[in-house]
Design a protein around this ligand. Sequence first.
Ligand code: PMP
Length: 333
Amino acid sequence: MQYAESVVDLIGGTPLVRLSRVTADLGPDAPLVLAKVEYMNPGGSVKDRIAVRMVDAAEASGELKPGGTIVEPTSGNTGIGLALVAQQRGYRCIFVCPDKVSQDKVNTLRAYGAEVVVCPTAVDPSDPRSYYSVSDRLARETPGGWKPDQYANPANPRSHYETTGPEIWEQTEGRVTCFVTGVGTGGTISGIGRYLKEVSDGRVRVVGVDPEGSVYSGGTGRPYLVEGVGEDFWPDAYDRSIADDIVAVTDADSFRMTRRLAREEGLLVGGSCGMAVVGALRAAEQLGPDDVVVVLLPDGGRGYLNKIFNDRWMADYGFLDVASGETVGELLE
Ligand code: PMP
């Protein structure tokens, strides 16, 4: 019989799929562009990978003891990963989210049995009401509390160095020449990027993609709507020596590409995936037919149906060109 002992054992080993429609404008000499589909993880995102590795490391070091409580500020995906690992291993979970996170994501965390505290986005990280401050306080005040801190935990980039990076290298039979990913905590780009550079003797070009306004691409941290990527500070999980280039993408371009991925490639994915693909296409423009570009798609689109895939929401923000017939139908009703 073929079965996993628990969902935790199903984490990783995600497939690569060729993007053939959204790449059409690149012309005949375009590189192969492959998407690493991380929504195939059991919790629906790339963050399952870091969740299990951070918990493993904390159990091994004694920071997380039997019956302990996991407290983490998370935009949702890391919480889902931690929640499913925690329930399988008997830990309590409290998650602290900024208020821009979709209600669907909050409801999902609660469905896994986690507790969720929602905090204002529009305050400084050092403000006592910020989601960073609130999670610090809860981790301190809860008996047996442990904060994984994905922004500083070395198991975050290490999980990608040890799993996602080698998967990409093996799946492309060492032919990947360019790796493109969105940057949030920086764990994905730092771990995968370092692995691919080492294994290829520096041949693989690494491109980070950032929402316009975020610090990685030189912004001041001004707000943007795409979730899970971009920062207003420099996390320890981000290794500044890895990216060869950082591409800034607007919310409008990110969300339009996200909708194209669903309609044209059959990939119902989140907004940071559209952002990463816009970055991948810009990188691909500089490359040739012998190149192989791998772009990582962090999560699925079900959590964004009331935003990115909602015509009214898109039109209200000016992201939709209604006159060109770019709607999915509801504005015409
Ligand atoms: N996209 C989404 C939807 C995410 O949740 C995250 C994680 N914050 C990322 C992209 C970025 O990954 P990383 O934190 O490894 O930079």
